[in-house]
Ligand binder design. Structure first.
Ligand code: FEC
Length: 313
């Protein structure tokens, strides 16, 4: 019989239906319910993108299935098999549910990975802490992938998407090197920098590696999706960046959200609706690269870092 190696695949999570948005938002706010106004604002954003379906849920399901298939195909062996379990940060099945499920299936050893390439103590660190606590409680030995922001296949996947969109700008009459490529990622509170957090540096490294691979000279990094709290968040925000670029007479912008790997609210609303609306007002053409979703190169990058972590455990 083959030994089963558990792989806890962690992702942000999304509600299953509109009536779960409040519970989801309360979970994100660490148990503090949103005000009626905050809730209405978030429901409005979901209504604008989803039409009753929350895309991140199906995308995560498909990524987890594709990763299990890739892991077993690329690392086939007569005596072992990889079994992927899902663990979500803010929705069911929660991270703890995924670990409990592994324990129920008799898994003794596992690797954990998050579907987000860049480490911050406020993002990946939080996922790992919760998984580790549940693993200890259930007697599973777990090791974790902390980041994979420079994996060559991840860089290749992003660079290919950037190049293909630049081809489309050219076909529409733009000069390739006059298109401003904006790499973006979810902002976090500025205080992470005082904590020596690697998040910003890793994002800049990914952006530079993708720019080098795609042969870009006209690019910059910007933040997006900052939270609505009193703390200062890392900036500049993409909406301000677009206004600055407009002052510099930039007409064509390609956004590459390298901090995200799926189609979800922060891409489909914050970029495709909010940023595009501002760009239109500024008379700019704004396009976005396609999300990775189940891109085979991304699945291979994940499989590779999982195997490395497994072998070094
Ligand atoms: O499609 C969906 O339903 C979910 C989209 C979604 C993703 C995502 C990824 C990240 N977040 C990160 C940090 C924060 C911090 C706060 C925060 C708040 C929200 C809210 C929504 C939301 N996030 Fe998110 N995030 C997504 C959605 N996020 C909705 C609540 C309303 C709002 O502020 O817009 C602030 C929490 C607080 O109040 O204390 C911090 C980071 C990522 C990327 C890494 C990852 O995927 O884990 C970092 C997808």
């Amino acid at each position: 019989m083959k030994t089963k190696i558990g792989v806890l695949v962690m992702s942000y999570g999304t509600p299953e239906s509109m009536d779960q948005v409040e519970a989801y938002y309360t979970h994100i706010r660490r148990g503090h319910p949103p005000t009626a106004e905050q809730l209405a604002e978030l429901v409005g954003r979901y209504e604008a993108i989803v039409g009753g379906v929350f895309p991140l849920r199906a995308n995560t399901d498909k990524q987890v299935a594709a990763l299990q298939e890739t892991l077993n195909r690329l690392n086939a062996s007569a005596d072992r098999e990889f079994v992927c379990y899902q663990g979500l940060k803010h929705a069911r099945p929660f991270i703890e549910d995924g670990v409990a499920e592994m324990a129920k299936d008799g898994i003794k050893d596992a690797v954990g990975i998050v579907l987000a390439p860049h480490y911050s103590v406020m993002s990946i660190g939080g996922y790992i802490k919760r998984a580790e606590a549940k693993a200890q409680e259930t007697g599973i030995r777990m090791s974790f992938v902390h980041s994979y922001h420079l994996h060559p296949k991840l860089i290749e996947a992003f660079a290919g998407r950037v190049s293909r969109k630049l081809d489309q700008f050219e076909e529409a009459g733009a000069k390739r090197d006059e298109v401003k490529v904006l790499f973006s990622a979810h902002s976090l509170p500025e205080k992470i920098l005082d904590m020596g957090d690697p998040y910003r540096d890793q994002l800049l490294e990914t952006s530079k590696a993708v720019a080098d691979k795609a042969g870009l000279s006209n690019w910059q990094f910007t933040w997006q999706s900052a939270g609505r709290t009193a703390d200062p968040w890392l900036g500049p925000d993409i909406l301000d960046t677009l206004k600055d670029l407009s002052q510099e007479q930039v007409e064509d912008v390609l956004v590459a959200p390298v901090g995200f790997v799926s189609d979800h609210l922060e891409v489909l609303y914050d970029l495709d609706i909010e940023a595009k609306t501002i760009a239109k007002e500024l008379d700019m053409r704004l396009e976005r690269i396609e999300s990775l979703n189940t891109e085979p190169l991304y699945m291979e990058a994940l499989s590779d870092v999982i195997m490395n972590t497994w072998e070094k455990r």
